[in-house]
Design a binder for this molecule. Structure first.
Ligand code: ADP
Ligand code: MG
Length: 688
């Protein structure tokens, strides 16, 4: 039987159907998948200790000969015990295993064996409890003992020892894995070869080598990201955009009509965007600004300029509710501008506040009657034929990447619209630039002056009733409240359980007389939207929800944001929740709860309640937790990396240099080994 990297794992000895299923659950189907399944930590059993030196509580490896081994049933617990006496010439000690009767048959008197485990000294003397063991074999490396031992995440029914064994069988094939980076990159960046790195990530020779292995694998993850970005960009650079003239007069008139003065940050961001769309080179910009910082006006200014240049601006929102909200906003904002504004979602089509048919809407597009169209993903789906697109704005939807942008290319004229993405997620400039390289960035930091800061409090458990009482008072005078619940149980990915618990308690015990509603990820999109709409329409007083409402509808009447299990959220995320209130004229409050009493946690949460600057919170979060955790890989569109740390600026710089070199040399011609690696590591970019 010859085993290849592409062979199914079922080819491995001692791997039956059931085990194969379990491995599949971990995403492992082939031998190669095993190779790419990395340990999440290591146990250091590399030092072999003489029995004479071991002490209570030590994690040790002993290399000794078995003098006696036997199994018996323990009297009290009726468990099977296997007991052995081992001798290593420095001394003797007892080894005990519970409930593993087969060991008495596997290990035999007189054999030399490695044992790795924990030492316990008690009335019975010194013993080693439930150690991993491994017989001494000539010319073969140890897997489970007497080395730095890898520890993998498991799934039910699979043991560390099994998985480690299977991976050890795959290891000899690692040398057949093709190097995916060109030799000049490897030598310039001074990194380990791929096969050495893979070998040592599983069975490291020593800690130094392990570090180099991790470095190499992080490097390549990051390299793939940079490669994908550059490649995607290069693709788009073959197209030009229309340079939109800055039309000072209508812009100024529009600004003058606003009931407020723009903040300095708004002016600056608006100007950056207007200049960006004034170029023939396609703009690719990210507009960041805290919730309530007034991004809408900023983009409204640029849309106005596009419209006055005779082109169409579209804005895409992640949900229908949000799209409708933007649309209504724009209809109002542009009242005096004589612009036609359309709405296009799956179920709703409107022009200037009036319902129309899909056909009518298409006609308006074809006849160039509409300058601004707001909608959902439905906007870029095949059925509608957009025309004369000058600017595409994506609100809170980072998954709109190059692929989607490409669908907007006007093939006849080889034109692509300018592109602006907006988000309330504060991504520190350093990180954004490192990750997205030449992506242009506009940041609104300052909130409009009239904004009442949200009062934030970390509520101690003894004051919970007071918080509820306060909430009740707010509701009595007509306000509404959000209650956010964390995911408690990792198996409950949609958070149904924790929300249900809180919902039951609030609706039955605490607020039986109020209208309490529950929202979680398991509901269908339509149901979720309906609940949000009803909440907006004041049909409920309290909305108990998972983080699904994080980016969502504006409910100016809501003044209370309660967050349960606040320690389970990152600071940036807490800040997003907080931004759901304080959107109207009323003073708003953010009340957070935790049952975690660790000093570190409390400090983190206190920092949150005392800081209102989202960027400061994000920066702090980044230091404390790393980028993937802070931005939640899925929703932010950050690449999902196993090893590389997105806040490791040094690594990013090194990789960017290398990627530059690579692009120069290979001119982005497909480098097949790298392409395969892109697939293998399943790194996708949602937002380039
Ligand atoms: P976000 O950045 O969250 O999208 P919006 O654009 O929705 O913020 O603005 C929030 C609210 O603040 C809106 O009601 C808007 O009219 C108002 N607003 C925007 N800019 C200013 C300003 N400079 N001064 C006062 N209010 C403003
Ligand atoms: Mg907004």
């Amino acid at each position: 039987m010859s085993m290849k990297l592409s062979s199914k794992i079922e080819l491995l000895p001692r791997l039956g159907k059931t085990t194969a299923k379990r491995l599949q659950y971990l995403g492992i189907q082939t031998i190669e998948d095993l190779v790419w399944y990395f340990p999440f930590r290591y146990e250091d059993f590399s030092q072999i200790r003489p029995i004479r030196d071991v002490q209570d509580g030590d994690m040790v490896t002993i290399h000794g000969q078995i003098e006696i081994i036997a199994s018996r049933r323990s009297r009290r617990q009726r468990k099977v015990l296997v007991e052995a006496i081992i001798n290593d010439n420095s001394g003797q000690m007892k080894v005990v295993w519970f409930n593993q009767p087969y060991i008495a048959k596997t290990l035999k008197q007189g054999e030399y064996v490695y044992f790795s485990g924990k030492v316990e000294v008690n009335n019975y003397g010194t013993q080693l409890l439930n150690p991993d063991y491994e017989k001494e074999k000539a010319h073969q490396d140890n897997v489970h003992t007497a080395r730095i031992v890898p520890v993998y995440s498991l799934t039910a029914g699979l043991t560390e020892k099994q998985l480690r064994y299977f991976i050890s069988l795959a290891v000899p094939l690692i040398k057949n894995i093709e190097e995916n980076l060109p030799p000049e990159i490897i030598s310039t960046a001074k990194i380990m070869s791929l096969s050495d790195a893979l070998l040592n990530i599983h069975f490291p020779k020593d800690y130094e080598t392990l570090k180099l292995a991790k470095q190499r694998l992080s490097f390549q993850e990051m390299f793939i990201v940079q490669y994908l970005i550059k490649k995607a960009r290069a693709d788009l650079q073959n197209n030009n955009s229309i340079a939109m003239k800055f039309l000072e007069k209508p812009t100024k008139e529009f600004v003058d009509r606003l009931p407020f003065k723009l903040t300095n940050d708004q002016k600056k961001a608006a100007w950056e965007i207007i200049q960006g769309i004034g170029q023939e080179k396609p703009m690719n910009r990210l507009l960041e600004g805290d919730v309530g910082s007034g991004k809408t006006i900023v983009v409204a200014l640029s849309m106005l300029n596009v419209a006055r240049n005779g082109y169409v601006a579209i804005m895409m929102a992640p949900t229908e509710i949000l799209a409708v909200q933007h649309y209504k906003n724009f209809v109002k904002l542009y009242q005096k501008e004589k612009l036609s504004i359309g709405l296009l979602t799956r179920s709703r089509k409107e022009i200037n506040g009036e319902k129309v048919t899909a056909k009518k809407l298409q006609e308006a597009i074809d006849n160039q009657e509409m300058q601004i169209i707001v909608g959902t993903q439905a906007l870029i789906q095949d059925k509608v034929k957009l025309k004369d697109l000058g600017l595409v704005i994506i609100d809170e939807q980072h998954r709109f990447g190059v692929k989607q942008r490409k669908t907007l290319i006007d093939k006849e004229q080889n034109l692509i619209p300018h592109f602006l993405s907006m988000t309330a997620t504060p991504i520190p400039r350093s990180l954004a630039l490192a990750l997205y390289g030449d992506l242009e960035l506009s940041i609104i930091k300052e909130l409009p002056a009239n904004r009442k800061p949200i009062i934030s409090r970390l509520v101690e458990e003894i004051n919970r009733d007071k918080a509820y009482q306060f909430t009740r008072e707010q509701i009595t005078v007509g306000r509404q409240a959000f209650v956010i619940c964390p995911l408690i149980d990792p198996s409950d990915k949609l958070g149904v359980k924790s929300v249900t618990e809180v919902y039951e308690r609030l609706s039955k015990d605490v607020f039986p007389d109020l209208r309490v509603k529950m929202l979680h990820g398991k509901l269908k999109a339509d149901e979720k939207n309906q609940i949000m709409q009803d909440f907006y329409d004041k049909k409920y007083d309290i909305l108990v929800s998972t983080s699904v409402i994080e980016v969502g509808i504006d409910v100016p009447n809501a003044t209370i944001m309660m967050i349960e299990g606040a320690d389970r959220f990152g600071l940036a995320q807490l800040h997003q929740f907080r931004g759901r209130v304080g959107r109207g004229e009323h003073q708003s409050y953010c009340l957070i709860f935790t049952d975690n009493t660790s000093q570190k946690t409390l400090e983190r949460l206190k920092f949150f309640v005392s800081t209102k600057d989202g960027f400061a919170l994000a920066e702090k979060d980044l230091q404390l937790r790393g980028a993937g955790d802070v931005y939640g890989v899925k929703q932010s569109g950050l690449p999902d990396l196993k090893l590389a740390d997105l806040s490791d600026i040094n690594l990013i710089k090194k990789v960017q240099d290398a990627a530059g070199l690579f692009i120069e040399k290979y001119k982005l011609k497909d480098y097949s080994a790298l392409e395969r690696m892109v697939e293998k590591q399943e790194i996708t970019l949602h937002f380039e």
